[in-house]
Ligand binder design. Structure first.
Ligand SMILES: Cc1ncc(COP(=O)(O)O)c(C=O)c1O
Length: 450
């Protein structure tokens, strides 16, 4: 069977698709696995209980007919009817109220659209703002030359899931980070990535008008970095100066799931596209993403929803609506989700320091998200090879080179010396997994010294 170019693009094996298959297959095997590789959120008891309770209410809140069956329940209404392409109207109204209660953004329903997870939102947005554009200068000469624009990632490394979303080719320009060695909780052995604004402002693609949007995840997957308010405000200024939108991927950010420990604030204006998700509060299976943006962007997303999905899924919206209406989603985030991951990060850092304190391991300062990013300075092997060795011993992580969309990693040693480990696993898995990482990495450094 022959596939179109589009078909070939989306079916070709990529490094990361192979790795994900590998992670999936490892989970199916009989061997016990320390799963520190995936991006699934943890199962937190209080969170699970609230979702289950809300879910049950949705199935029982209608009227009861003569045979004792509940009819017109919220569950039936949302399963039995499409929403319009913009998304479930009751949830959008609840979100408008919620954001306007907590921020002075003055949103209306025209500022919000829903998608089937935020991954779906990035597929839309990166194709809306990256790829072939009509060249306005050429338009006046009546030639139909087009110009190719990229998504600017101001701080590599970035989220692996962005890499392959363009329908045609890859359209990213990324800026390598400044690396600052910092202390954390009074201890050395940490670093923090910072945006290299001098390099960013000189980037030929930016200066020559070949950038279609700027995007960053905050907190960042894979590093747990949180761009500072000052960095965000400078990015916002640059985006306005070049008349491109600033897309903020808030999958781990505030006000939900609020897995963020540094002092940071969230801003929105007409030139900002904020992407939220219900996944990391613990509902990845309901596939619900939320976009807050100018009405022009929301209309474009709604049109794309109509073509790709007819309408976005409503079940996540149905569960989240009551929790957004009375702020329980925020309380859950502040009182359960954030402290849980903060505790997990502390535990993992302690275990890593015990295992590798005397070795050249530095850890990205844990400021948020559900991962730690470990840098093994001058590791004698590439971390893709380290991944293989750890897998042989039943421990799964993700090697760093996949997290650099827009960067030629062949010329960048640092991209081969880091790993991402999830901290969403239970305590015993963290203990076992870090024990294996410690043994394998110590042996590598010790053999290189001999
Ligand atoms: C930074 C970031 N953005 C977006 C997503 C996509 O999440 P979802 O499609 O489940 O909302 C993820 C998932 O891991 C992520 O880590």
């Amino acid at each position: 069977m022959k596939f179109s170019k589009f078909g070939q693009k989306f079916t070709q094996p990529t490094g990361i698709s192979q790795l994900m298959d590998d992670l999936g297959n490892a989970l199916k095997s009989d061997q016990p696995i320390n799963m520190l590789g995936g991006g699934n959120p943890a199962r937190i008891k209080a969170v699970d209980e609230l979702f289950l309770q809300t879910y049950q209410t949705l199935g029982n809140d209608g009227s009861v007919n003569a045979t004792g069956t509940a009819t017109s329940t919220t569950a039936l209404n949302s399963m039995g009817n499409y929403s319009n392409p913009q998304g479930d109207a009751a949830f959008i109204d609840a979100l408008v109220g919620f954001f306007n209660r907590h921020y002075d953004w003055n949103l209306t329903a025209a500022n919000i659209a829903l998608t089937n997870g935020s991954q779906n939102a990035f597929f839309y947005l990166f194709n809306l703002f990256g790829g072939a554009f009509t060249n306005e200068a050429a338009e006046h000469n009546e030639s139909n030359q087009s110009i190719d624009k990229s998504i600017l990632l101001p701080l590599a490394p970035e989220y692996i899931g962005y890499s392959d979303v363009h329908v045609d080719g890859q359209h990213f320009a990324a800026v390598l980070p400044h690396i600052d060695e910092v202390s954390h909780d009074g201890e050395d052995g940490f670093f923090k990535y910072r945006v290299d604004f001098a390099a960013l402002e000189q980037l030929p693609a930016l200066v020559e008008g070949r950038i279609g949007a700027i995007c960053c995840s905050r907190p960042t997957n894979p590093t747990g970095n949180v761009l500072t308010d000052e960095e965000m405000s400078r990015l916002s200024d640059i985006a306005k100066r070049y008349e491109v939108p600033l897309i903020i991927d808030n999958a781990y950010g505030m006000p939900f799931p609020n897995i963020i420990y540094s002092d940071a604030h969230l801003n929105w204006d007409d030139n900002t596209i904020l992407c939220f998700s219900l996944s990391k509060i613990g509902l990845p299976g309901v596939r619900t993403g939320i976009i807050v943006a100018a009405p022009e962007v929301i209309a474009a997303v709604s049109s794309m929803n109509a073509v790709v999905n007819l309408a976005p899924t409503r079940f996540g919206a149905a569960i989240a609506t009551p929790l957004v209406k009375d702020d329980r989603i925020k309380q859950l985030s502040d009182n359960e989700i954030k402290p849980f991951y903060q505790q997990q990060a502390k535990l993992a850092v302690r275990l890593l320091k015990e295992a590798l304190g005397d070795y050249p391991l530095v850890i990205h300062k844990p400021e948020g998200a559900i991962f730690l990013w470990l840098w093994f300075k001058d590791l004698p092997i590439d971390t893709v090879e380290l991944y293989e060795r750890l897998k042989q011993k039943g421990t799964l992580i993700v090697p760093s080179k996949y997290f650099f969309p827009g960067v030629d990693v062949n010329d960048y040693k640092h991209a081969h010396e880091c790993i991402r480990m999830s901290i969403a696993a239970d305590e015993q898995t963290l203990i076992e997994g870090i024990k294996v990482i410690g043994e394998v990495v110590r042996e590598l450094y010790d053999n290189a010294r001999c």
